[in-house]
Design a protein around this ligand. Structure first.
Ligand code: NAD
Length: 313
């Protein structure tokens, strides 16, 4: 019998990867952890939610042998600096987000989002084998530019940013994310930390919670007594499904081409007006619009249907 020659490359084993996801119990973090390869990749999932309060899907995920869950508040610099030193990639997704939280506690948004970013980058400096820190930012950073100057569609990542009125709570979120982006670039400049910024645009899918327009519309329709109010019916948005967003996130975290870059993650495949979104959701729920069971009362507001709307996520 002929002896089969095994190519030498097959004999060499790839080193085990160690990937840290902050904010891992959240919508994007958990989906990302699910999607990363199972083989030879240890996932260190960090969130401040105690194990007893985690949802069943996430609990199932952290039972896998390649997954470790650590309940840590990333505001705690000492706890962060004590994390393992052999992590090679960090996806920093932890943040306080959502219109409700942003309106109620802008101080918390600024404090948590700024301090967690700082602590993560201080920690990143201590890692010997670091390949990338991916910082999650948002389309909301364009809100001020969009309102005051207008922006081209599709929008390039180099559009200058302009902050909306800093005295309004809503600005705190964009401000905290612009600050985080600045920290990432400063740590790259001063300490050579390899970074990528991703700006997510309207991601949707399972486990997204009820802070966003799609699940909120389902609830509004379910609870409606025949009509619902749609504040900005003509505003258009393009939604990106979580699986696509996560795939793009991993590519951004892995590709040499995205190092030192800002990358939009969203979809330009289908732009939909909020009015049409509501009608589509009503249809899925088998609720009739107009003369039948569910009536949409359109608020009278002048809107430009071509204007892309930034989300608060
Ligand atoms: N979902 C979107 O459409 C969207 C859009 C734009 C930007 N983003 C950004 O993407 C990232 C992930 O978003 P998401 O939708 O998964 O949010 P999410 O709220 O579902 O998840 C964020 C997680 O961070 C955790 N966290 C917050 N503060 C923490 C702290 N101090 N220590 C440890 N954990 C902490 C929370 O417990 C939560 O589980 C965020 O940074 C967000 O700003 C998301």
């Amino acid at each position: 019998m002929d002896c089969v020659q095994v190519p030498r490359t097959n004999l060499r084993e790839e080193p085990i990867r160690k990937i840290l996801i902050s904010g891992a119990a959240g919508f994007i973090g958990a989906a990302l952890a699910q999607r990363l390869p199972k083989d030879r990749t240890v996932k260190l999932l960090i969130d401040r939610i105690p194990e007893a309060e985690l949802d069943p899907d996430f609990r199932k995920l952290i039972k896998r042998p390649d997954v470790y869950y650590l309940c840590i508040d990333l505001m705690d610099r000492e706890a962060v600096s004590a994390l393992p030193k052999d992590v090679d990639t960090i996806y920093h997704l932890a943040a306080v987000i959502g219109v409700e939280q942003v309106q109620r506690a802008p101080d918390r948004v600024l404090e948590v989002n700024a301090l967690t970013a700082l602590n993560i980058f201080h920690y990143a400096r201590t890692l010997g084998n670091l390949r990338r820190v991916l910082f999650s930012s948002t389309s909301e950073v364009y809100a001020g530019t969009l309102k005051h100057f207008g922006i081209p569609v599709p929008t390039g990542e180099n559009v200058p940013l302009c902050l909306e009125d800093v005295s309004t709570p809503r600005t705190s979120y964009a401000l905290s994310k612009v600050y985080g982006e600045g920290v990432a670039f400063a740590w790259r400049h001063n300490y050579g930390i390899p970074i990528t910024i991703v700006r997510y645009h309207n991601i949707y899918g399972p486990r997204m919670g009820f802070r966003h327009v799609i699940p909120q519309t389902f609830v509004k329709i379910a609870e409606s007594d025949g009509k619902i109010e749609v504040p900005s019916p003509g505003h258009t948005r393009a939604f990106c499904y979580i699986d696509d967003a996560v795939e793009a996130t991993i590519r951004c975290g892995e590709s040499a081409n995205t190092e030192g870059k800002i990358v939009h993650i969203g979809s330009s495949a289908e732009e939909i007006a909020i009015r049409d979104l509501v009608l589509r959701i009503a249809d899925i729920m088998d609720r009739r619009i107009g003369s039948q069971t569910c009536r949409i009362r359109l608020a009278r507001r002048r809107v430009d249907a071509r204007t892309p709307q930034c989300s608060s996520g």
